[in-house]
Design a protein around this ligand. Structure first.
Ligand code: ADP
Ligand code: ADP
Ligand code: MG
Length: 654
């Protein structure tokens, strides 16, 4: 076993690798950028090396600096995590040339699977079923469009260098092909520097089912059964589970055989995942699955496999990379129970899953599992840490295990309901709504489920009177530092001395709320709210809502929903409401990719105005209301959070 390894990553995966290394007595070296100087993974590692400024191109993607850091600290091997350099064969060559071990497959294996088109051709030769489609070299639009027609609509355009759902467009009609192709190419060029695409048949009622495989340097390969990752938005996984609901012995045998065949075809060593797309339109059939791609690394959702097979895949990675044989034979790898993983993100589900930033002023996870279940929280941040625009906005992975699917799903719901995040917009309520969705609960999942139920899954009911009252009460103490879980006790100290009564102004979305909070001599409170709300007496409440105060805001937690109220600073005179109606601001830092309207245009609510590229994804920015454009940003502009993108002509000024 290695004495010391370097982890070429950040966030939760760096923390997760460090935990296993520590268990095995292996010392760890973290690397970090400017933005991560005080990050959790830096604190957890035995040593840490600064590798550059915050942008990934100047830090986490600088293979040369990472190798230099490993050499300088005496690390023998490098674990790449996922993302970043994990599937970059040139990095593997660099690591190996420096006399270090890359904890993962060979550069040759990565190259074989790196491009989706080449990988599909290779798998075809190995006898693994692949999705029907065009994966040739020619890229002329006329040719691609005619291939699409041959394949038959709907089709899927995919970046051959793709990953993370980027550079992918579903096309339903020939008329839409050319625009979709341009979009896919733009996104692919920006994310991967390669705009070549393939065109595939869009599979009917698609389910994403993948098989975890593991190979060693002695020619052995085993599988760890399947994971179902069909709950997706924008082709990105949201909740994953193992095993796949409704899996049949025949399909499992066919899929795991194909996966092991694929791994052996490229002499695979280390952890890898073979992703398949399954046509579930007639249930799960052994001849209705096709190879999509292989991810030659540890996968984000690997913990669900660990939960149901009782293995530590990172331990296996370290053992195999250090020259050991596979720790178990196929017969010794068995399935037990059911596991889910939910990806907790800083993002606005209601606004098309727009990534968010912010400081996580308040962050709480349940520390115990519900009866009969186990939970595992994989977080890369702690309270007070920032979600910056530089990196993936994932906050944590919530992983649960139960003896069967229903038990595990119950534990997931419970875990989500007890998770509290304030300081950024998060997807907790969306995850909880999905976990409560009837089709999802029945195991009737396909990749279109979230899209079909999107409105219901992203709708947040308006806060009730008790929620507003809790916010007002917590806000009366807004000057005090730090969050409090119990606003009701915040004022009780004063109550003994005098009857306190304060007027509180709050804002929830567009609504202005006025409240009068009165502390009574008995230590209880009354919160009188302006219509349409009503007065709330604390002694009438059965449970006290949890709240968090953070600069300028109060968040009230109700199950998985966090209601965030703005507490306007009475001293600040900024007229935010006025600015909001007259202009449209960038919701996050990004690059203006495409502008579709011009000054003087009359636009209607919902009309697409421009495309903002942020975090390597394209986001359509639409008109928030009807109006006439006075001024609009230009293509190619680099904008920061809050920059005015569009200014509307004020009413009556036309
Ligand atoms: P997987 O295929 O592993 O299930 P996804 O494809 O959804 O997961 O996401 C993996 C990709 O997401 C990575 O290839 C990387 O581009 C990005 N990513 C997500 N989180 C992180 C992170 N913490 N650090 C680096 N990259 C990340
Ligand atoms: P990435 O590298 O971005 O992960 P994948 O090829 O794995 O790209 O595809 C991502 C997702 O897109 C899949 O999980 C699936 O939901 C969907 N998808 C991919 N190919 C098809 C297809 N042929 N038919 C239907 N859906 C597909
Ligand atoms: Mg994939």
């Amino acid at each position: 076993m290695f004495g010391k390894i370097l982890i070429a990553n950040r966030g939760e995966i760096a923390c997760r690798v460090i935990r296993t290394a520590r268990k095995l007595g292996v010392r760890t070296v973290a690397v970090y950028s400017d933005a991560d100087a005080r990050a959790l993974h830096v604190e957890m590692a035995d040593e840490a090396v600064h590798i550059g400024p915050s942008p990934v191109g100047e830090s986490y993607l600088r293979g040369d600096r990472i190798v230099a850091a490993a050499l300088a600290t005496g690390a023998e091997a490098i674990h790449p995590g996922y993302g970043f350099l994990s599937e970059n064969p040139d990095f593997v060559d660099l690591v190996t040339a420096a006399g270090l071990v890359f904890i993962g497959p060979s550069a040759a294996s990565i190259r074989a699977m790196g491009l989706k088109d080449a990988a599909k051709r290779l798998m075809e030769t190995a006898g693994v079923p692949v999705v029907p489609g065009y994966h040739g070299a020619a890229q002329e639009i006329v040719l691609l469009a005619s291939k699409a027609r041959e394949i038959g609509y709907p089709v899927l355009i995919k970046a051959r260098a793709g990953g993370g759902g980027k550079g992918m467009r579903r096309v339903d009609r020939p008329d839409d092909f050319s625009e979709a192709l341009s979009g896919a190419r733009r996104e692919a060029k920006a994310a991967f520097g390669d705009d070549r695409v393939l065109v595939e048949k869009y599979v009917d009622k698609p389910r994403h089912i993948e098989v975890q495989v593991f190979g060693d340097n002695f020619g052995s390969a085993v599988h760890f059964y399947e994971r179902d990752c069909s709950a997706q938005r924008r082709h990105q996984k949201v909740i994953e589970e193992a095993p796949a609901p409704g899996m049949t012995p025949a399909l499992r045998k066919a899929m795991t055989d194909a996966a092991v065949t694929a791994a052996k075809a490229i002499n695979y060593s280390g952890a890898g995942t073979i992703e398949f797309i399954v046509d579930a339109s007639q249930g799960l059939k052994a001849d209705r699955f096709w190879f999509m791609e292989m991810n030659t690394r540890l996968q984000v959702e690997h913990p669900v496999t660990e939960m149901v097979t009782d293995v530590d895949l990172v331990e296996w990675q370290l053992r195999v990379a250090s020259g050991e044989k596979l720790p178990k034979t196929q017969d010794e790898i068995t399935l037990s129970g059911h596991a889910f993983e939910a990806r907790l993100y800083a993002e606005d589900a209601a606004k098309g899953f727009l990534p968010a930033t912010g400081t996580l002023h308040h962050l709480k996870f349940p520390d115990a599992a519900p009866e009969g279940a186990a939970i595992r929280i994989e977080a890369g941040v702690r309270a007070g840490d920032a979600i910056s625009p530089f990196y993936d906005p994932m906050i944590a992975k919530l992983v649960v295990h139960g003896k069967d699917r229903a038990t595990a799903l119950g534990a997931l719901r419970e875990t989500l309901a007890r998770t509290e995040v304030a300081g950024s917009i998060v997807n907790t309520a969306f995850l909880a709504a999905l976990a409560a969705d009837a089709d999802f609960a029945a195991g009737d999942v396909d990749t279109g489920l979230i899209g079909r139920h999107q409105e219901a899954l992203t709708a947040i009911p308006a806060p009730g009177d008790e929620t507003v009252a809790a916010a007002a009460l917590a806000a009366t103490d807004a000057g005090a530092p730090g969050p409090t879980a119990d606003p009701w006790s915040a004022l009780s100290g004063y109550a003994h001395f005098h009857t306190l009564s304060r007027r509180i102004r709050l804002r929830y979305g567009e609504e202005n709320i006025l409240a009068r909070v009165s502390a009574r001599p008995d230590g209880r409170f009354q919160v009188a709210l302006e219509a349409p709300h009503d007065a709330v007496n604390t002694h009438d409440l059965r449970t006290m809502p949890h709240t968090a105060r953070w600069p300028g805001h109060v968040t009230v937690f109700e199950g998985a929903v966090g209601y965030t109220f703005t507490v306007p600073d009475p001293l600040a005179r900024a007229d935010e409401a006025g600015a909001a109606s007259g202009s449209l601001r960038a919701p996050m830092p990004g690059l203006v990719k495409l502008v579709r309207a011009a000054a003087g245009d009359a636009v209607i609510k919902g009309q697409p105005l421009l495309i903002l590229e942020a975090m390597k994804m394209e986001h359509m920015i639409a008109a928030p209301h009807d109006g006439v454009i006075a001024e609009i940003t230009t293509e190619g502009a680099q904008v920061s959070d809050g920059t005015v993108l569009v200014r509307f002509v004020e009413d009556g000024q036309v």
